[in-house]
Design a protein around this ligand. Structure first.
Ligand SMILES: [Zn+2]
Length: 350
């Protein structure tokens, strides 16, 4: 009885294993024969009830069958797993020769490009790039720069004053404002660093005024400062000529005219030869052949004093260039407001 049962059982189980389509089916078949309540497990459990003679023979055959089926199960498991892997491979196959989708990349704003170019040129001739706060005190923005108390620039029409309602009269007296130029950083830097020094300070500045093609309420400036034992206007001219030639990538003639700024003495305006007409005179330069580019001068003794330096020991020049103006000249843009419009038709041209 037992012998026939085992042989039938073997063929039946073998058949079912071979027909199994997936791991779930295979697992069910395994349980049916070799699980805790599986047919073969039960046969092995009932052997102890047989006679001693039968017990040895049936036990041996049942164990052989058990080993045989276990081997079949593991072979079939491997076969099914390979089949699954192959299916995944076929489904996820990627054709690497198909052209990709080009991601649309942005680029730097023209003002950022001009700022970086300016920093690069000055760094290459020994200047460090320094930053300062956009919210300034009246002291750093005006007093320390030798700007008189009654100077019209302090008027509410030119400067954005920030109201501080702290309830403390002393604190309210220390007025804050949005800086009207990057020059306050000169004093801030000289307070903490001893000469000789060479810095440029690029940054955003604010003016309380009506906007038009050449005026905005906020724009960008680069401050420059060089201080040493002996620094002259000739040094300034050499540095700034080098800068303009490398910035505009062409030979540039420089013209220095006398001017007035409270924080420099002597003060001057710097013009460069018109790139449009090469000095012959055109509508861009109002027929003069020259373009106004920046204000500059030799650092005023009072500014050195405000920063805690003895003006008898040090000399220096300072200058301020409008980054927006540089960009407008370089790219021939006629309206400063375009930089802040966020208009992609404009920005995409750079
Ligand atoms: Zn011109």
């Amino acid at each position: 009885m037992a012998k026939i049962n085992l042989k039938l059982l073997k063929n039946k189980a073998k058949n079912e294993i071979e027909k199994a389509q997936n791991l779930k089916e295979l697992n069910d078949i395994f349980k049916k024969y070799l699980g805790k309540k599986g047919e073969i497990t039960q046969i092995l459990a009932s052997i102890k009830n047989l006679t001693k003679e039968k017990r040895a023979r049936v036990g041996k055959e049942a164990n052989l069958l058990k080993n045989f089926l276990e081997k079949k199960f593991s072979e079939k498991t491997i076969e099914i797993k390979r089949k699954i892997e192959k299916e995944i491979e076929e489904r996820e196959w990627i054709d690497i020769t198909v052209p990709g989708k080009r991601p649309s990349l942005g680029h730097l704003h023209p003002l950022s490009q001009v700022k970086r170019k300016t920093e690069e040129i000055f760094q290459s001739i020994g200047f460090s790039v320094i930053e300062g706060p956009e919210v300034e005190t009246e002291w750093y923005n005006f007093d320390a720069l030798n700007i008189p108390k009654d100077h019209p620039a302090r008027d509410a029409w030119d400067t954005f004053w920030l109201r501080q309602e702290t309830g403390n009269r002393k604190q309210e007296a220390r007025k804050l404002l949005l800086r009207t130029h990057t020059s306050p950083v000169q004093v801030r830097y000289m307070e903490k660093n001893n000469p000789p020094l060479r810095i440029i300070v690029p940054g955003r500045i604010f003016r309380h005024e009506a906007t038009d093609a050449s005026h905005e309420v906020n724009f960008y400036q680069v401050e420059g400062l060089m201080v040493d034992k002996k620094v002259s206007v000739a040094n300034f001219k050499a540095v700034i000529e080098e800068f303009f030639q490398r910035f505009f990538e062409r030979p540039i003639a420089i013209r220095i005219r006398p001017s007035y700024f409270p924080f420099t003495e002597p003060s001057f305006e710097v013009d460069i030869s018109c790139s449009n007409c090469r000095g012959r005179g055109c509508s861009v330069c109002s027929k003069t052949g020259w373009l106004e580019m920046m204000g500059a001068g030799m650092v005023h003794p009072n500014v050195f004093k405000a920063a805690g330096l003895n003006p008898k020991n040090w000399q220096g020049f300072a200058f301020g260039i409008g980054l927006d103006r540089l960009a407008m000249m370089k790219y021939k843009i006629n309206d400063i407001r375009l930089f802040y419009s966020g208009d992609l038709r404009f920005l995409n041209q750079f």
